[in-house]
Design a protein around this ligand. Structure first.
Ligand code: 5GP
Length: 192
C-alpha cells in the first residue's frame, strides 16, 4: 500500500536491532485517516471472506482493528490482553508468547465469552516480525474453536521469519507494507 510505504519512508526511524520506530503515526500518535485507508484496503483484499469478528492484541493493534471493523460491517473487535486481571482462569483462553520488542515472555488472554467456537475471525496486528504475537492469537483461536479467515498486518518485516512461517502453515497473510531491508546507520528502508 503506497500510502503506508510513503509514510514509513517519511516518518519511520530505523533503530539498531531491526526495530522500525513508527510512533509518529502508528504506535503512539495515531493517524486515524491512514488507519481508515488501511481498513479499506484490507476490506478489498479480504472481500468475499466471512468475518464475524476481528481479533487483535493490545495495545497498537486496537486502533487499526477498530478502524478496519468499520469496513467489515462494523463487526466487533476483541483485543487480547497482556496482563492478568482478577478473573478466574477458567473464564479465559490463555497462552504465552515472547515479545520481540520487549524481549520477554508475556501472557495473551481473551475472555471466553468474547470468542466462540465456529466464529469466523480476521486477525490484525501492527507488525509481523518473528510471528510470535500472531502465533499467540492463533493459539487462542484454536483453543476457542474459532475459524481464522485471514491475517491482516500493517508492516511486515520480510527479512524476519514470521510471514514465511505463517504462509507455510496455510494462513492467508496480507501485509500492507513489506520491508525487505532496513539500515539503522543510513536510515534506508526498502520495500517488496
Ligand atoms: P513478532 O511477535 O512477530 O516477533 O513481533 C510482532 C510484535 O512485536 C508486534 O505486535 C509489534 O508490537 C512488535 N514489533 C515487532 N517488530 C517491531 C518493530 O520493528 N517495530 C515496532 N514498532 N514494533 C515491532
Amino acid at each position: 500500500m503506497k500510502e503506508l510505504e510513503d509514510r514509513i519512508r517519511r516518518d519511520g526511524v530505523v533503530k539498531p536491532g531491526n526495530v522500525l520506530k513508527v510512533d509518529g503515526f502508528l504506535n503512539h500518535q495515531c493517524d486515524v485517516a491512514l488507519f481508515d485507508d488501511m481498513g479499506a484496503q484490507w476490506a478489498r483484499i479480504f472481500a468475499g471472506k466471512r468475518v464475524d469478528k476481528i481479533l487483535t492484541i493490545e495495545a497498537s493493534g486496537i486502533g487499526i482493528a477498530c478502524l478496519a471493523a468499520r469496513h467489515f460491517g462494523d463487526v466487533p473487535v476483541v483485543f487480547a490482553k497482556k496482563t492478568q486481571s482478577i478473573n478466574l482462569e477458567g473464564d479465559q483462553y490463555v497462552t504465552t508468547v515472547y515479545s520481540f520488542t520487549k524481549q520477554r515472555e508475556f501472557p495473551v488472554i481473551v475472555a471466553k465469552k468474547f470468542l466462540a467456537a465456529g466464529e469466523h475471525v480476521l486477525l490484525i496486528d501492527d507488525f509481523l516480525a518473528n510471528g510470535k504475537a500472531m502465533q499467540g492469537l492463533i493459539d487462542i483461536c484454536t483453543k476457542a474453536g474459532a475459524i481464522i479467515e485471514g491475517i491482516g498486518i500493517a508492516v511486515e518485516k520480510g527479512f524476519q521469519p514470521g510471514g514465511a512461517m505463517l504462509r507455510k502453515a496455510g494462513y492467508d497473510v496480507e501485509s500492507l507494507a513489506i520491508v525487505t531491508s532496513m539500515d539503522s546507520e543510513t536510515g534506508t528502508i526498502k520495500f517488496a
